[in-house]
Write a protein that binds this ligand. Structure first.
Ligand SMILES: Cc1cc2nc3c(=O)[nH]c(=O)nc-3n(C[C@H](O)[C@H](O)[C@H](O)COP(=O)(O)OP(=O)(O)OC[C@H]3O[C@@H](n4cnc5c(N)ncnc54)[C@H](O)[C@@H]3O)c2cc1C
Length: 442
């Protein structure tokens, strides 16, 4: 899966007169060419047609058989890939990013990895080492893409933990985290020490094979964080399923012990919080306060959550309580409360606390920009906004060009063949910017 985020700072601050609501009326589309708008309309309409989504892969295989792989590949590139993918090679991604920069948007690259857990190919360490190499290259690419890192100097990259450690181990760790609670045996400090020293770690509740894989996983995480820190790239760790998240959070906390320390200029490792989970607000409050007490920098990507149906299905099959909010409105309220909480922390802690409002929801974006203005959070400060490439241009562009600042028309990337993981990690996000920051780029 390829992601692109757009990160930006809204246009107003207490000193700049009153807060101006963003206009999501699509006015920003004048920046797009007619061909791009037509493609977007076509592709997004197609994606809203359930049979196409359900049988997408089968249809793709069928079109390859019927049209041949060259013609069917060209069709894909001109449609779905052209809309959502930044490119396959470094040059294509670079071209895409340059165009986004013209729109005052910035990228967040993500290495695409398989979704299905623990397939045969993933049984050895080689698969994870291959992913590590791709991630290290992605760090370099992220670092080299931007001509100017922007007013906050933020270069962001997505990190999917289950590309570096098995879901099987994460599930096992999750069950022990739940059973043991806050114990030294499975503490972030202990894992951080093992990451730093590279010395073999023996967790008594894991067997020898699991301990070995844990040690190899910690070593991979350490290497990617070390490289990202050296290249000044911030790592945003994805949230996944509730059967894995406690383990992922433990690993993030271990990385934070090392890389989010005061004086490091962090946070260099961020966690993701899913507002559709019932316990998220409480967990976010606890984690933010703990980071504050420990003097650690704290970075949060706030999302609603992407695995609603699967979470509910698993709960139903296992006869356990559904961990998700009962309805969309409850998720919205939860997102709003989490946003409020985080903006208060940003306002209190300044650059020690960073937030990405990762949402296409107009009300959430509006709420964030309004509260930032009320709290006096600077436009070029630690709050940014993220959207997926090609998913919600009217929101991204409205954030990026407040006041309809004169910006050149540009072309979004035309994407090439299906990405080869070993060649280039693609998928990004963008770092949108405010009117003031526009000057940095234009
Ligand atoms: C930059 C970026 C990074 C992301 N990273 C992650 C990640 O790491 N992990 C992850 O899980 N997701 C991630 N997502 C996806 C995200 O969680 C949402 O699925 C997606 O953004 C849609 O939510 P929204 O806020 O944009 O808007 P909306 O369209 O307003 O909200 C849709 C969301 O509301 C919730 N919802 C819908 N119906 C119901 C219902 N009946 N009951 C309860 N809740 C409901 C679901 O979470 C659904 O996805 C990311 C998204 C972005 C933009």
């Amino acid at each position: 899966m390829l992601w692109t985020c757009r990160v930006l700072c809204p246009q107003a601050g207490p000193s700049a007169g009153g807060w101006q609501p963003l206009s999501f009326d699509g006015g920003a589309f004048h920046l797009k060419r007619t061909g791009e708008l037509t493609r977007a309309l076509l592709v997004l309409r197609m994606c809203a047609w359930p049979p196409l989504v359900t049988h997408g892969l089968a249809l793709q295989a069928w079109s390859q058989r019927l049209l041949g792989s060259r013609l069917s590949g060209a069709l894909l590139r001109a449609s779905i890939y052209g809309q959502f993918v930044a490119g396959e090679t470094t040059e294509e991604v670079r071209g895409c990013v340059q165009q986004l920069q013209t729109l005052c948007l910035r990228p967040l690259l993500a290495v695409p990895t398989e979704e299905e857990p623990d397939s045969a190919v993933k049984t050895g360490e080689a698969w994870y080492e291959g992913n590590l190499s791709a991630m290290l290259r992605c760090v370099d690419l992220s670092q080299g893409l931007l001509e100017a890192p922007g007013p906050t100097g933020n270069i962001l990259m997505q990190l999917k933990m289950t590309a570096l450690t098995s879901t099987r181990l994460c599930k096992e760790l999750t069950s022990w985290v739940r059973r043991l609670g806050a114990s030294w045996e499975l503490s972030p400090e202990r894992l951080a020490e093992a990451m730093d020293s590279g010395r073999g770690l023996q967790i008594s509740c894991l067997n020898a094979e699991q301990n070995q894989h844990l040690q190899a996983s910690l070593s991979r995480l350490h290497r990617v964080a070390q490289h990202a820190r050296a290249q000044r790239v911030r790592l945003l760790v994805d949230a996944e399923y509730t059967s894995l998240n406690p383990a992922l959070s433990l690993l993030v906390a271990a990385l934070a012990e090392r890389w989010n320390r005061p004086g490091e200029g962090g946070p260099w490792v961020w966690n993701t919080y899913q507002a559709y989970l019932k316990d998220t607000h409480e967990r976010l409050r606890r984690d933010a306060e703990a980071a504050d007490r420990a003097g650690l920098a704290f970075g949060v990507k706030l999302v609603r959550g992407a695995y609603l149906d699967k979470e509910r299905e698993v709960a139903r099959l296992q006869g356990t309580q559904d961990p998700t909010q009962p309805d969309y409105e409850a998720t919205n309220q939860s997102y709003s409360r989490c946003l409020e909480l985080m903006l208060a922390h940003v306002s209190h802690r300044g650059p020690m606390c960073h937030l990405m409002v990762a949402s296409h929801n107009e009300e959430s974006v509006q709420q964030a920009t309004k509260r930032m203005w009320e709290l006096g959070i600077p436009l070029d400060g630690p709050v940014c906004f993220g959207q997926l490439l090609g998913m919600c241009d009217h929101v991204s562009l409205a954030l990026a060009i407040p006041g309809q600042a004169p910006i050149q028309t540009l072309r979004l990337p035309s994407c090439q063949t299906l990405p080869d993981r070993s060649v280039v990690p693609v998928a990004e996000g963008l770092k949108p910017v405010s009117a003031s920051a526009v000057c940095d780029f234009c």
